[in-house]
Design a protein around this ligand. Structure first.
Ligand SMILES: Cc1ncc(C[n+]2csc(CCOP(=O)(O)OP(=O)(O)O)c2C)c(N)n1
Length: 292
């Protein structure tokens, strides 16, 4: 059954993600870019927990659970088995959150990329460890209040700058590296198709607004993805053969002030003007860096 562009065959209704979850909307867009000849290795995290409450599963594709840290190694094993069987048709996809990607799984992700295996790795970037109660990850942006970086009289929330995972992927020589965001489903689907058409490892990072983690409304995930792009804080990017080949920071780009993005999220609501100006400066740095 295919209704309203939602690929029910690949990810069925009945999962227990939050209503309006940014990650789940991104997953639907990813599924549209896959063929049925795909095997998914999923790191634990919100996506796994909400779609596979035993004894049920929402997945209509071959899908395997893995530990938090080793989805990439599981995918490597699957890829090796396919190779051994002479199967060049079946695609292998890893799905993980930013905690599983930027932090705990990073060594194994690096090994998978180093081996040059034909695997697409997708990171749904909620900018925190959503599943276990919104702890800060290496992806948490400056100024965000999380349960391990709570804002308060002595704290602005996270005082670290988001880790540049895109640069880490590029440093491994990947031929296709892209960034997208919830709110841009066609962009996500197109990038998945391009990644799968590129031999070797590829990486797509998708900003996936988390309703409770960001303190936004059930209907605001897509809007947050759009604002992140419009402010320059999270541009849509594509690197082909290591070169920036497409960017939302193009000739038509007119940056919106970051306040429009920050003020609607309770994780940033404590920030004063000086801190907001600092984040504006981070957006300006991005705009310079990713201009095309
Ligand atoms: C080795 C290990 N440490 C901690 C956990 C607990 N744990 C399960 S999911 C999770 C958070 C996942 O965060 P992320 O990868 O960002 O995915 P999200 O839930 O945000 O989608 C944690 C800490 C675990 N399963 N294994």
């Amino acid at each position: 059954m295919k209704t309203n562009n939602i690929e029910y065959k690949k990810l069925a209704p009945g999962h227990n993600a939050c209503s309006g979850c940014g990650q789940l909307s991104a997953v639907h867009a990813v599924m549209r870019g896959l063929t049925k000849d795909t095997i998914i290795a999923n790191a634990t995290g919100c996506l796994e927990v909400t779609t596979t409450a035993y004894p049920q599963t929402a997945w209509g594709l071959p899908w395997i659970h893995s530990l938090f840290e080793n989805a990439s190694s599981v995918a490597s094993g699957i890829q090796a088995a396919l190779k051994n069987r002479g199967d060049n048709q079946t695609k292998v996809l890893v799905q993980a959150g930013d905690g599983g990607t930027f932090d705990i799984g990073l060594g194994l992700v690096s090994g998978m990329w180093e081996r040059g295996e034909n695997i697409l790795y997708i990171c749904y970037d909620t900018e925190s460890y959503s599943n276990t109660g919104i702890q800060a990850s290496g992806s948490t942006p400056y100024g965000a209040s999380t349960t391990t970086t709570p804002s308060g009289a002595q704290s602005i929330g996270s005082n670290q700058v988001k880790k540049d995972m895109m640069a880490i992927a590029l440093a491994h020589g990947l031929k296709y590296v892209a960034q997208s965001a919830a709110g841009f489903p066609d962009d996500i689907t197109n990038k998945v198709k391009k990644a799968l058409a590129t031999p070797g490892p590829s990486y797509i990072q998708i900003l996936s607004p988390c309703i409770p983690g960001w303190g936004i409304g059930y209907d605001e995930a897509a809007m947050m993805g759009k604002l992140a792009v419009k402010t320059g804080l999270y541009p849509l990017l594509e690197y082909t053969d290591g070169k920036l080949s497409a960017s939302s920071v193009n000739a038509n780009f007119k940056a919106e002030p970051v306040g429009s993005y920050l003020k609607t999220q309770s994780r940033f609501k404590h920030l004063n003007d000086e801190e907001i100006n600092h984040i504006q400066m981070l957006a300006a740095e991005n705009i310079k860096k990713y201009q095309i």
